[in-house]
Design a protein around this ligand. Sequence first.
Ligand SMILES: C[S@@+](CC[C@H](N)C(=O)[O-])C[C@H]1O[C@@H](n2cnc3c(N)ncnc32)[C@H](O)[C@@H]1O
Length: 283
Amino acid sequence: MVRQDLYRHCMSVMESADIPDSDFDTLCIFQDVLKDKMPLLLPYMNVEAEKEAIILEMVERRISGMPLQYILGEWEFWGLPIKVGEGVLIPRPDTETLIEDILEIVRKTGMKSPKIADLCSGSGCIALALKSEIPSAEVYAVELSEKALVYLKQNVELNKSDINIIKGDVLSPKTSEMLTELDIIASNPPYLTAQDMAELQIEVQKEPETALFGGNDGLDFYRAMTPLWRKSLKIGGYLCYEFGMGQEKDIERIMRENRFTDIKFSRDGGGIIRTVTARKTEV
Ligand SMILES: C[S@@+](CC[C@H](N)C(=O)[O-])C[C@H]1O[C@@H](n2cnc3c(N)ncnc32)[C@H](O)[C@@H]1O
């Protein structure tokens, strides 16, 4: 089949299966398989039978509810290639807000070689983005899931990065005691509520529950991590979290209860209050 006919076929199959953004998804699949950024510039070029079969198989997987990112096996975060697949959370553009917040802190405070920990690191997207922007930083990525750690290691190699991976439970003092005198803690922990989990989109259901579920009200990790990891921060250090839509009041309360000051929130690209940064100013 020629590219244009195959493209139309894939799009119509996806549309009839109610896949949103079927045009975009088809384009990404074509780009990936044909290794061509603009595959439709040559609409009458024949697609080899083997490649056609691969494309059709990817479309089938997409129709079954598999996220596009898992099918492609790689996604971009902060301009960096990030390997993803079943068992690891797909990096979201909202999380780039946390990177912007931290770069602003580093710029404003004039930190030269900050010691940074990314807790609940998953694919490593936060740690890798920070290390790429602040090459002099000493960056640690902490993750518990074996499956996620496989991707984290691959992503460190893929990006030729020099970050330190720690396999550990962020809720355990054994892990927090391994990292002391930190300038910055960044974390995007699981924060979905029990109700969110019951209403997940089919694609998100394919992502690991351990990366999503934050307890009944979604706040379990913030309640446990804030007092625990406070001890690992230097005086003057910053704790920076991503959180879910509408959780800001509870997050502010947790930060205040743990004597953090300079509490600031930022909005993501969609205008939703998405991140907090707060400073430890006393022992
Ligand atoms: C919301 S995902 C964030 C992943 C990545 N930082 C990102 O922003 O895309 C949360 C991550 O926390 C990990 N996680 C869950 N419980 C953990 C624990 N007790 N200790 C360490 N990591 C944990 C999950 O495996 C998952 O990779």
